[in-house]
Design a protein around this ligand. Structure first.
Ligand SMILES: Nc1ncnc2c1ncn2[C@@H]1O[C@H](COP(=O)(O)OP(=O)(O)OP(=O)(O)O)[C@@H](O)[C@H]1O
Length: 727
């Protein structure tokens, strides 16, 4: 697998073609009755209809009243508790997998109250969809033409977490791109190698989800989970991109434990925003406010966008759930009125900036040459025509020759454009691979810093054994003092690092293959260019007045338009690339800051354990640092948000020793003025630990890469060199 993009786009754009306008498919799944939820009030009548028993208004004629009040609901599909996971998959998700392979985006989202069965359904769909996808690819004509990538995020307390890289901090959601597409900056997209690999990734992601017991569900998901599967395939027009979004929403819940109020409020707020979007879209509103929550911003394509979307509403059948069931069924009915414009997406491959420039320059040169020839020829042909009358036979012969010449010129031009595009694709691919490599280095670096050790090699072939010398490592094995959490984190680190090395090796192999292919295409392009030049040489002698000249002028115009188009694409690519570069830099800063936090926290603990006082100025710096972190993690929407990175307060005893009250309250925003602060600097303070030895492999690689970023406007980023790594 390869973790690739520095950002993931949740909106589809590029060369798209509308397939059809379609209503959302709405299905309802009723889960089995559980022991403590009263008598059954939801009855599945058919695979399209269910009945919700309502309470009788009066005690007289209860049966009659009930019949009047009971409400019938009709949906595209209703699944009773007897329906298997397989049946649900076949009915709603299997067709979307076929679509994904054809470049069409599809989505399934599970909706409903807590404990209604959303995660149960989505877990079944996710594993089946991915194994179906890989089977279909394997059975296709050209399995190698496909590439599958996964990203998996959770929105928890309005923060976006990368479930495939949970140690990364909260990710930023940006509106960018030509359509204001929401982009999750810094999200890892992992290239999936096969069904088994995907199963492992999903397990890893699911383990990282936030779950707590609630009154209705002992393992309740407390955040919304969005799995995005992207399938790219090479087609004649460019790269066809199909996407499948599988979304497990958190369930709404009435106010519960104090500790859960915050997350409950966030869940309810985002679900309310989602409900509002559903109501607005189903009512045909001209303006739909997606901006009220991150969830709705991310689901913009899924609701009222370009996806073929299925909503699976989940209900519990018991009487105690009547209100939530009614509300869920109501929203599901409204959602059925939403229309999406389903489209097939073929994106032109993003190109490499320097390549844009080269191609544009070449095109402009070609245009200039053709124009000169036309000009020369016009004057000459006028002279010629005035001096000598061309025989009729010659004229016919010339016209025929010119026609075939013109066709040959146009054909070589097309070939050149195709080969140039291929070159750009390869450059762009190489650029992506370099970023992939960088990302793997960053992942290894993260774990090495986390455990202050160099990781042991893994045996995944001869290639990796060359890395052994570097990774022989000096770090301690870091034997944990028995904490099982620490042990499991270490085990996770081992697996993550092992995968990172394996991916690095895969990336290098791919880089090699891409370079070979690039050299081959370059040779081919040179031959075609020579041929084109020869054909142009023939032009002046044969061109005449009239329609031929017009056609030639048209060829020039086509060249000009192509050049203009490329110039525009180049600008767009430069902007996109710049953003990716900034994302990577931000990620680095974030990692550095975490490391600083860790160092400061440990040093503070050491100070406490040694019972030494700290000088007031240092105390104030701690306080300032804490406030800075608080300010930078405090977001508008999180008015009751607790920043995750607060450093632990210094214990009261240490503080009282120094009569400095700065952070003794433990408050993130405690006063830093201090009441004392008169104690001189304590000579027993431990020295700062020496700066951790930089990981040569990563630091050098990143330094050289960043330097290139700064100085080289060609935007080509080289993968870290082996010589760097070995040192
Ligand atoms: N169709 C079903 N058949 C059998 N068991 C089910 C079914 N649906 C749900 N369950 C069981 O009901 C319990 C609650 O389901 P689940 O965790 O999927 O609910 P949820 O809607 O995701 O809840 P939350 O929003 O709190 O995460 C689980 O123990 C699950 O195994």
């Amino acid at each position: 697998m390869t973790q690739s993009s520095a950002s993931s786009n949740y909106r589809l754009h590029g060369g798209v073609r509308t397939i059809s306008e379609e209503k959302l498919m709405v299905a309802v799944r009723v889960r089995p009755l559980s022991g403590n939820e009263g008598p059954r009030i939801v009855h599945v009548v058919s695979d399209k209809m269910l009945v919700l028993e309502e309470e009788a208004d009066s005690r007289r004629d209860v049966l009659r009243q009930r019949r009047i009040n009971d409400k019938h609901y009709i949906y595209d599909r209703v699944f009773s508790e007897d329906c298997t996971q397989e049946e649900v998959y076949d009915a709603i998700c299997a067709p979307l997998v076929g679509d994904t392979l054809r470049g069409i985006a599809g989505a399934v989202f599970a909706y409903g109250a807590t404990g209604a069965g959303k995660t149960h359904t989505m877990t079944g769909l996710m594993s089946r969809a991915l194994s179906h996808l890989f089977t279909s690819i394997a059975e296709s004509k050209d399995p190698d033409a496909y590439e599958v990538k996964l990203s998996y995020i959770e929105i928890y307390n309005e923060n976006i977490r990368d479930l495939l890289n949970p140690s990364a901090g909260p990710l930023e959601l940006r509106d960018e791109g030509s359509h204001g597409a929401p982009v999750v900056a810094g999200l890892s997209e992992v290239r999936a190698l096969g069904a088994a690999h995907v199963a492992e990734l999903l397990t890893r992601g699911d383990r990282a989800r936030t779950a707590e017991p609630t009154h209705a569900n002992h393992h309740s998901s407390r955040g919304h989970a969005l799995l995005s599967v992207t399938v790219c395939a090479k087609v004649d027009e460019g790269i066809q991109r199909g996407r499948l979004f599988l979304i497990d929403l958190a369930g709404s819940e009435r106010a519960g434990l104090r500790a859960r109020r915050l997350e409950g409020a966030h869940i309810n707020r985002s679900l309310l925003a989602l409900g509002n979007c559903i109501m607005a879209l189903s009512g045909g509103a001209r303006y739909v406010n997606y901006r009220d929550s991150k969830l709705t911003r991310l689901l913009r394509e899924v609701l009222g966008g370009r996806c073929r979307t299925v909503m699976v509403a989940h209900v519990a059948p018991g009487a105690t759930q009547r209100d939530t069931t009614r509300s869920t069924l109501h929203y599901a009915q409204r959602a059925a009125a939403i229309t999406n414009r389903v489209e097939r997406e073929v994106v032109e491959t993003p190109m490499h900036l320097s390549q844009y420039r080269t191609v544009i320059n070449e095109l402009r040169e070609e245009i200039a040459r053709l124009k000169v020839k036309m000009k020369d020829d016009r004057s000459r042909s006028k002279e010629d025509l005035s001096k000598e009358e061309m025989s009729r036979e010659d004229a016919i012969e010339n016209t025929a020759h010119l026609k075939s010449l013109r066709e040959a010129i146009v054909s070589t031009f097309k070939q050149q454009m195709r080969l140039r595009r291929r070159l750009m694709e390869l450059d762009s691919h190489l650029l992506g691979l370099a970023l992939d490599a960088e990302r793997q280095h960053a992942a290894i670096s993260h774990w090495e810093a986390r455990f202050n050790r160099l990781y042991k090699p893994i045996s995944i072939g001869t290639r990796l054994s060359t890395q052994q010398s570097y990774r022989g490592g000096t770090g301690s094995t870091g034997t944990s003092s028995g904490s099982s959490a620490a042990a499991s984190e270490r085990a996770e680190a081992e697996v993550a690092v092992e995968q990172a090395w394996a991916e690095l090796a895969a990336v290098e192999r791919e880089q090699e293959a891409a370079r070979t292919e690039r050299a081959r295409v370059e040779r081919q392009l040179e031959q075609v260019r020579l041929r084109g030049a020869q054909l142009e040489q023939e032009l002046p002698a044969h061109i005449g007045n009239g329609p031929e000249r017009e056609v030639l002028a048209l060829v020039c115009r086509v060249h000009e338009l192509e050049a203009d188009k490329l110039a525009l694409q180049g600008e767009r690519a430069a902007r996109a690339h710049d953003l990716r570069r900034r994302d990577l830099a931000l990620q680095r800063r974030d990692a550095q800051r975490r490391l600083s936090d860790e160092i400061i926290t440990r040093q503070r603990r050491a100070l406490e354990e040694l019972g030494v006082g700290i000088e007031p100025e240092l105390g104030q710096l701690y306080e300032l640092y804490q406030q800075e972190i608080h300010a930078s993690t405090y977001t508008e929407s999180n008015d009751v948000y607790t920043p995750p990175y607060l450093l632990p307060p210094i214990s009261a005893s240490t503080i009282s020793d120094v009569r400095w009250s700065g952070s003794s309250s433990g408050s993130a925003r405690g006063s830093s003025s201090g009441s004392g602060g008169t104690l001189p600097f304590d000579a027993r303070l431990p020295r700062l630990a020496p700066t951790p030895r930089p990981r040569t492999r990563y630091s050098k690689a990143s330094a050289s890469t960043l330097k290139r970023y700064a100085s080289d406007d060609s935007l080509v980023m080289a993968a870290p060199r082996r010589s760097d790594e070995a040192s």
